[in-house]
Write a protein that binds this ligand. Structure first.
Ligand code: ADP
Ligand code: MG
Length: 646
């Protein structure tokens, strides 16, 4: 009973004094506007500061009628007339609606609102928005502000043209519409060396819209004449030369006034012996990898070799080099000799070496450690006792025993490469650099055998990767990895192709430079990037990371932009995130991931991050090096067909 009567007490008209005061304010505002035509255009006015005011943030008050003007993310100019300074700012919080006469949390205000069914009136209210200062305008440029706008400074809205200029969203490549604006597009200059070659991360949870963004980006990059290469672990981009047929996408395109449209020049590359999701495409290129191009160190990392295995692998690798010379395979000329000296094994392999060569040497080692092999070793000195270097094997009792025992007919290791023409030569080299621990050798052997059985190296039936073809202007090359079902294999392919692309681009760059022309821009997109470069493995994969870092660094100079796409950015090491200067951040719900990204990306204010967990599919927080500040963007729907990932 008591409660009800109390409530009845609350539901009262606005006190006459308050209403009079408000009317007076309104009249005063009108008079002022009559006095100063500029003020009539103001959307609102800056408020007085309070003890809780923060640097760079100012509160703007506006009338109920003007509330619609200051949408979130709107750009404004604040003219602090009192001291003759002007500032640019952006609405980062609000606009909020606050009652004029009473505090919003007062029982009166609550009473009026909750009685909405019965009451035909409410308190009048005004708007409040928090504006973050971007800087002070000094002679046409933005400087870090040293002061704040004085209280009651008028706040004006920038028109679209000026906003575009201030935000730095001009250019020929549009990603979508900036949220908060009717028509403003988030654009960038596709051919600007300072943007895409500074590398991009596209992140967000599954379903956030990453792949759609990739498909849209492929379409736009193709139109801009960029050579676009996609490492496609699911084969979902193998049909991007066809227009999308997805109902939701068609609908979204229509809303944007855009048409479904496939990309013009699609080529598909897949590993030999592995299927493609587009088996009958007219530009289908099966390829094999060259073992001689793979860094032995990177290989050891990718195959996850233990220290003992790696040590033996590198030993076998070195012995193989000696044998290549023994068998007159490489080097053959003086030039070859120089080439051999120039090999940097941290980034590449050894010319003319095949996996079979190394496997033969590994087999020889295992043979040397077998009973049979040991027996042969003991008998060997007689045959080659004059040979220098073999005397070590003769030391001590064993040698005497060897002479006493009748040596079994040497069967030797089973070899498959050119080395089989002279197993003795192979055994000599192996014995000269003897090794122990049969178990490690066998483990190494089984790893290498498994790798060889993949039949992806040096297959005469398939050529190497067609780098020149991939680097044509306006070509989209999809590297379809959908049938490899092994992240390790994918990593081998990605590592190799990345380096091949970089080398080829270096050459093209030098050539273009000589002819005073500009090189074709290249964009390389890596889906599921956390599989390729995961933090948990990076400490064991320093060589692979170094390779990527080198490409990233060189890429800036040679117009080669990398795009890493991942739903698990927390698995990417800081070193990798540190290579990225542009981000397209779709929905992320995990708060620890958000705070990690917050630390890495910097420059994005809290209020924008707060929206990341609630972003709709296709919406993204976009931060490009060319933008003045990060923007909330509704990424354009993809006009190209994308296969669903099962
Ligand atoms: N830019 C966009 N415009 C319209 N719809 C989108 C957009 N991005 C994503 N979607 C919708 O969300 C779904 C999931 O997007 P997808 O790109 O597959 O996400 P992810 O690759 O992050 O898992 C799409 O099938 C589509 O229906
Ligand atoms: Mg996806």
């Amino acid at each position: 009973m008591e409660a009800r009567s109390a409530r009845n007490d609350i539901v009262r008209p606005v006190p006459p004094e308050a209403r009079a005061a408000l009317d007076e304010l309104r009249n005063e505002a009108k008079t002022a506007a009559q006095l100063d035509p500029e003020l009539a255009k103001a959307a609102g006015f800056t408020h007085f500061d309070t003890p809780s005011s923060q640097d760079n943030l100012i509160t703007v008050l506006l009338t109920r009628d003007d509330l619609h003007l200051l949408a979130s993310q709107t750009l404004v100019r604040v003219k602090s007339r009192e001291d003759g300074r002007a500032y640019l700012g952006v609405v980062v919080r609000g606009p909020f609606a606050e009652p004029n006469a009473v505090p919003a949390n007062s029982t009166m205000a609550i009473g009026v609102v909750t009685q909405g069914k019965k009451l035909t009136y409410t308190f009048d209210y005004h708007g409040r928005a928090e504006v973050e200062l971007l800087g002070e305008e000094v002679e046409g440029t933005l400087k870090p502000p040293r002061f704040r706008p004085r209280p009651q400074s008028p706040v004006f809205i920038l028109d679209d043209a000026e906003s575009e200029r201030v935000l730095g969203v001009g250019g020929d490549l549009s990603l979508g519409v900036v949220v908060g604006y009717e028509r403003m597009e988030a654009r960038l200059n596709a051919r600007d060396k300072a943007i895409l070659p500074r590398h991009t991360g596209i992140i967000g949870t599954t379903g956030g819209g990453k792949s759609t963004t990739v498909a849209t980006l492929i379409h736009r990059a193709q139109s801009a004449g960029i050579a676009t290469i996609v490492f496609d672990v699911e084969g979902e981009y193998t049909h991007v030369d066809q227009p999308t047929d997805q109902a939701a996408m068609l609908e979204a395109l229509k809303r944007r006034g855009q048409r479904p449209e496939g990309v013009k020049d699609l080529h598909i590359h897949h590993l030999t012996g592995r299927a493609s999701r587009r088996p009958r495409h007219r530009h289908l290129h099966p390829f094999s990898l060259n073992f001689s191009r793979l860094s032995p160190y990177a290989l050891a990392e990718i195959l996850d070799m233990s220290d003992a295995q790696q040590e033996r692998f590198l030993k076998a690798y070195d012995v193989t080099k000696l044998l290549l010379e023994d068998f007159k395979i490489f080097p053959q000329s003086e030039d070859d000799r120089q080439r051999a000296l120039d090999v940097d094994e941290l980034s590449t392999g050894y010319p003319h070496m095949t996996i079979q060569h190394v496997l033969d040497v590994v087999s020889a080692y295992i043979y040397s450690l077998s009973d049979e092999g040991r027996a042969e070793a003991k008998s060997r000195p007689r045959a080659s006792s004059k040979k220098k270097g073999s005397s070590a094997l003769l030391d001590g009792l064993e040698a005497e025993e060897a002479q006493e025992e009748a040596a079994p007919a040497p069967s030797g290791p089973t070899l498959h490469s050119e080395f089989k023409s002279n197993p003795g030569l192979v055994m000599n080299r192996v014995m000269a650099q003897s090794s122990k621990n049969e178990i490690s050798w066998k483990a190494l052997s089984s790893k290498l055998h498994r790798l060889r059985r993949l039949n992806i190296f040096d297959m005469g039936t398939a050529p190497g990767v067609a780098y020149d073809s991939m680097l044509q202007p306006g070509r989209v090359s999809v590297i379809d990895l959908s049938d490899t079902d092994s992240p390790q294999l994918n990593n081998l392919v990605i590592a190799d192709i990345l380096r091949g692309l970089q080398e080829t681009q270096e050459k093209l760059y030098a050539k273009a430079n000589d002819q005073d022309q500009s090189v074709t821009p290249v964009l390389i997109i890596i889906e599921e990037a956390h599989e390729f470069l995961s933090a948990s493995r990076i400490s064991q994969m320093p060589v692979l990371f170094e390779q990527v870092a080198r490409i990233a660094k060189r890429g800036r100079k040679r117009w080669l932009g990398l795009v890493f796409v991942t739903q698990l950015p927390q698995h990417l090491p800081n070193e990798v995130l540190g290579l990225l200067n542009n981000f397209i951040i779709h929905k992320i719900t995990d708060s620890t991931v958000i705070s990690r990204m917050q630390r890495t990306v910097g420059s994005i204010d809290e209020s924008l991050w707060n929206r990341v967990p609630r972003l709709a599919p296709g919406q993204a927080l976009v931060s490009f090096s060319s933008f003045t500040r990060p923007l909330m963007v509704a990424v354009d729907p993809a006009p190209v067909k994308r296969l669903l990932v099962e």
